[in-house]
Design a binder for this molecule. Sequence first.
Ligand code: EPZ
Length: 448
Amino acid sequence: MENRIVVMGGRPLNGAVRIPAAKNSVLPLLAASMLCGDVRLRAVPRLSDVAASLALLRGAGCAARWEGEDILVSGTPQNSSLPGQTAEQMRASILFCAPLLAKLGRAETSLPGGCNIGARPIDLHLAGLRQMGAVEWEAGPGRLVLTAPSGLHGAEITLRFPSVGATETLVLAAACARGTTVLRGAAREPEIADLAAFLNRCGAHIQGAGSSTLYIEGRRNLSGCVFSPLPDRIFASTLACAVAAAGGRAELSGCPASLYAPVLEILEQMGCRVEKGGDSVRLSRFGRLYGAGRVFTGVYPALATDAAPLLAAAMLCAEGESSIEDVIFERRFGCAAGFERLGAKVQVNGRTLCIRPGGVLRGTELAAPDLRGGAALVVAALAASGTSVIGHPEHIDRGYAAFTEILSSLGAQIRREERSRNPSAKKTSSKKQNHLAIGTKRWYDTVI
Ligand code: EPZ
């Protein structure tokens, strides 16, 4: 069976959405739970990356299960080898190594997978762990084996680049290491502060999270806790860009504007109306969209690299020129080919996506290239006239739970469908659908 998303574009969005917890906070928190006692994470979105993380926890010998919307993790790891196939599926699997090293003195895994948006090395993770007493062993292609024969000890570490993942790895390694770790050049993303808040609630001693220098005093044992991960600023950015692209008005609650301020500022400059209040944002666009000119991503608090494809989808609908340069990942705009198929006037020059006005967006067949690129194609399809079909939605499922349901609740004509790969079955289904009397034809019976 082939899974796909079908969108009938051209309708404005209207309604209210409560923003779910952030994938990029939940995943490090699940890794951190291996260091702690009984943990309850509240209101976790059902993402495929979350399912993969639970499989890694179980593979390590922890008990991990859903209880309603919450995830419960208990028990300390018994097995230092992570299930390789699962680890290959996502980038965040590397985060599970430091807790295994801390608890068992050994970690074995497959080199992490993740979106094909760039090289995605782990040298910064490994260099910091080596400074804390870890040893890397020859493990064959695609495999990683680390040991800490004398346990992990504190160190003074400076990251040459504020890598989010490397910062998380070293916080996880330092939380229970012997002595104090000073981590300079650390990432300042909100997800780092969320990880520190979680660990501190379990008895860790981490100071400076959110700044570029962290001070971590290792603790032998950590307790458990109940914790609500921070809201997903990229999910909020996605919906904001969808309203900008399709037009209409939405209230996004449960995620303070400050977490995605650069996105909102650019959308406002492009002609959207943005009203901020407490942890809600009301965003509307009823008139023209103007080009944004030259836009750059950067490390937090600059424009998030993950939001770049979503912002680009909104820029396709603008009456002026825009460009986005992603300084973080070298292949961020895999969605450009899909934008072009929709009729947009786009060009990728290295790390920069250039968008010219005048493209008329018409529905067509598309394929999600990666997580944020796939979501960006859905956003662009909402603004296109006619029906689009987006294949490989499994990329989108990694970071967006109930994506089509949420967009549908805002008035989008969008649905998921499974189709047989068997061509004869396809002919039958389209023949059957074409027999519908005119007038009763449903919007999604226009099969491409
Ligand atoms: C995290 O990835 C996020 N993933 C990414 O979100 C996000 O795009 C990225 O941070 C930047 O904000 C998760 O949190 C699970 P990095 P990560 O280490 O940790 C280079 C999404 O769509 N680098 O900050 O992999 C690297 O090549 C995903 O939700 C090294 O050179 O990002 C890249 O150019 C995509 N050596 C830059 O740093 C290293 O050891 C940023 O990577 C590590 C990274």
